[in-house]
Design a protein around this ligand. Structure first.
Ligand code: FEO
Length: 171
């Protein structure tokens, strides 16, 4: 059975993952509004990944005899100054999520909760990819320096993103 303190931390992270999904839906709509369909597609898939992350946490907490307690999800920002500003915000958000996961790992070690420690390993690795994916796009947008030709080329490229090959386990 999971400790109350660890259960509280998992519930907090479930809220973080749901907010992540919400944030990326908001970014997808920002891109739809600016007619960048490929960027919007990329963000919609990112939002779906966040829902898959949420399901992993929910399934784990239930499996450990914990109680999932859903809290209100904060309203996300809806406007950004440019595609670069949106992806910089996405990158910063992923760094925040990595810090949350790292703090959970530390807590699991302190509590000698080996099951949570093992479970969280997947997320430690996943966050390396999450940060890298957003940062790659930030760096490419910086190189383009707002040139419309580059943005439209990138829009076509981001439209090719396909769903993750590593879906979350069923609840
Ligand atoms: Fe669930 Fe993008 O981290």
């Amino acid at each position: 059975m999971i400790s109350q303190a660890m259960q509280d931390t998992f519930n907090k992270q479930i809220n973080e993952e749901l907010f992540s999904a919400y944030l990326y839906v908001s970014m997808a709509n920002y891109f739809e509004h600016t007619s960048l369909k490929g960027f919007a597609h990329w963000m919609r898939l990112q939002s779906e990944e966040e829902l898959a992350h949420t399901r992993r946490f929910v399934t784990y907490l239930n499996d450990r005899g914990g109680r999932v307690v859903l809290d209100a999800i904060a309203a996300p920002q809806i406007e950004w100054d440019s595609p670069l500003a949106a992806f910089e915000a996405a990158y910063e958000h992923e760094c925040h999520i990595s810090a949350c996961i790292n703090a959970m790992v530390t807590q699991s070690v302190e509590e000698k909760d080996h099951a949570s420690h093992a479970f969280l390993e997947w997320f430690v690795t996943e966050q390396v990819e999450e940060e890298a994916n957003a940062d790659d796009i930030v760096q490419q947008l910086k190189l383009m320096d707002g040139a419309p030709g580059g943005i439209f080329m990138m829009d076509r490229e981001l439209a090719q993103r396909s769903a993750s090959a590593d879906p979350a386990p069923a609840e």
